[in-house]
Ligand binder design. Structure first.
Ligand SMILES: [Zn+2]
Length: 359
C-alpha cells in the first residue's frame, strides 16, 4: 500500500503516524531537557498548523534560537496579545513545564469551542517555553550546575564568573535596588540595561507590539506568589488597585484547584525589592497588566520540585492565569467594568516570608 503511493507520500504517512504516537506519549508530568522541548514545539506546530506558528525572535549569548509559539485564529485584523515567558531563570524547571502545559491546555480548549475559541478570535497568545535557553541547558548538565540561575554570558573585564541575571537586566530603574554589580553574584544585573541578548530580544519584540499587548505574564518559581509591579518601592503602578484585585482573583482560582495559597502583592511588600525585572519593564513601557507568577513550592523542595507535583502545580497555575486572561479579554472586548471583590486580600497579605535564595 505505502509503496504504491510513492516514497514521498509514504514518508508523509509514516511521519503522521509517528506524530500521533508522539502526541499521545508526550509526558507533561516530567521535566524535559531542552532538545525535547524544542521537538515538542515542532510537534505542536505540526499538529495545529491552522492556529499555531513559531517565531524566532532572538539569539542567546551562545547563539541558540529563542522561539515562541504564537497561538490564535488567523485574521487580517491586528489582534490583541497575551505574552507569557517561562524559563528566564535556568533552575526553575517547573516554569517551562508550565508553559508546555498551558499551550496544551489552550489548544485543547480551543478545539472544544466555547470561551477559548471566542478569545482566540480576538487575541493571540505569545508563549516562550524557555527564554534562557543557554542557562536551562547548563542546568541539565549535572548536579553541580542544576541550580544555575543566570544566562551564560561572560562577566565584565577582569571578572572570571559567568552569567547575568536576566530578570535584573531590563530597563526598569536598572541597577537601583536588589541587584548586584558583582558579576559572580546570582543577581548580577549586567553591564547596563538590556546588555544581554536574551533580555534585549524580549524588549525589542514586545516593544514593537506594545500597543496591542494586553497582558504580560512571566513565570518563575518558587514561593507561591503573584507579584504585581513594581519591585522598586519608590514607584507605584497607576492601576495598582486593579492589578491587586485581578491578582487576588487569580489566587482565589488557584486555591479552588488543590487548596494551595498564593500571596499577592508587590515584590518589596511580599518578597524583596528589586529593579530591572521584565515585569516592571512591561508595566513601565505601557502594558497595563503585568504579573510574575512564583509557582510551587514554599521552600520544602524549592527549585527541585518533585515531578509528582508538576501536574497539580500546572493545573492550579493555569486556573490563575486564565482568570487574568479572561479579565483582560473582557475589559478590552466588552467594555464592562469589573466588579470582582477582593475578599481574601487581607488574609493573603498577612504573613511575611524571608527568601533564602533569589527567585
Ligand atoms: Zn525566577
Amino acid at each position: 500500500m505505502l509503496a504504491s503511493l510513492g516514497p514521498l507520500v509514504a514518508i508523509l504517512l509514516l511521519r503522521m503516524g509517528a506524530a500521533s504516537t508522539e502526541r499521545a506519549s508526550y509526558n507533561y508530568s516530567v521535566y524535559h531537557p531542552f532538545s525535547e522541548i524544542d521537538n515538542w514545539m515542532s510537534q505542536i506546530l505540526f499538529d495545529n498548523p491552522d492556529i499555531v506558528s513559531v517565531e524566532r525572535y532572538g539569539k542567546t549569548y551562545e547563539k541558540r534560537d529563542i522561539n515562541l509559539l504564537k497561538i490564535g485564529e488567523r485574521s487580517g485584523a491586528v489582534k490583541k496579545a497575551i505574552w507569557m515567558d517561562c524559563g528566564i531563570h535556568a533552575r526553575e524547571w517547573i516554569s517551562p513545564a508550565f508553559c508546555q502545559y498551558f499551550v496544551k491546555q489552550i489548544l485543547q480548549e480551543y478545539r472544544q469551542g466555547g470561551k477559548m475559541a471566542e478569545m482566540m478570535a480576538d487575541l493571540d497568545f505569545y508563549v516562550t517555553p524557555v527564554l534562557n535557553v543557554d542557562g536551562y541547558i547548563y542546568s541539565w548538565l549535572g548536579n553541580t550546575t542544576r541550580l544555575w540561575r543566570k544566562n551564560r554570558s561572560p562577566g565584565s573585564a577582569g571578572c572570571t564568573c559567568f552569567g547575568t541575571d536576566l530578570n535584573r537586566n531590563f530597563n526598569a530603574t536598572w541597577g537601583a535596588i536588589g541587584v548586584s554589580t558583582d558579576c559572580c553574584a546570582e543577581t548580577y544585573g549586567g553591564s547596563g540595561p538590556l546588555s544581554t541578548p536574551e533580555a534585549a530580544s524580549v524588549a525589542r519584540y514586545v516593544e514593537q507590539r506594545k500597543a496591542d499587548v494586553l497582558c504580560f505574564l512571566t513565570i518563575h518559581s518558587y514561593g507561591q506568589l503573584i507579584l504585581v509591579p513594581y519591585g522598586n518601592p519608590n514607584l507605584t503602578a497607576p492601576n495598582y488597585e486593579e492589578l491587586m484585585m485581578v491578582g487576588q482573583g487569580a489566587a482565589e482560582e488557584i486555591k479552588k484547584v488543590h487548596g494551595m495559597s498564593y500571596r499577592v502583592g508587590t515584590s518589596p511588600d511580599i518578597l524583596y525589592p528589586n529593579s530591572g525585572s521584565s515585569r516592571d519593564w512591561a508595566r513601565l513601557t505601557g502594558i497595563p497588566f503585568s504579573f510574575t507568577f512564583e509557582l510551587r513550592d514554599n521552600g520544602t523542595f524549592g527549585f527541585r520540585l518533585p515531578e509528582n507535583q508538576i501536574q497539580p502545580t500546572c493545573e492550579e497555575a493555569y486556573s490563575g492565569a486564565m482568570h487574568i486572561v479572561r479579565y483582560v479579554h473582557h475589559q478590552e472586548f466588552s467594555g464592562a467594568a469589573a466588579t470582582a471583590a477582593a475578599s481574601l486580600w487581607g488574609a493573603l497579605l498577612a504573613t511575611g516570608v524571608t527568601a533564602a535564595h533569589a527567585l
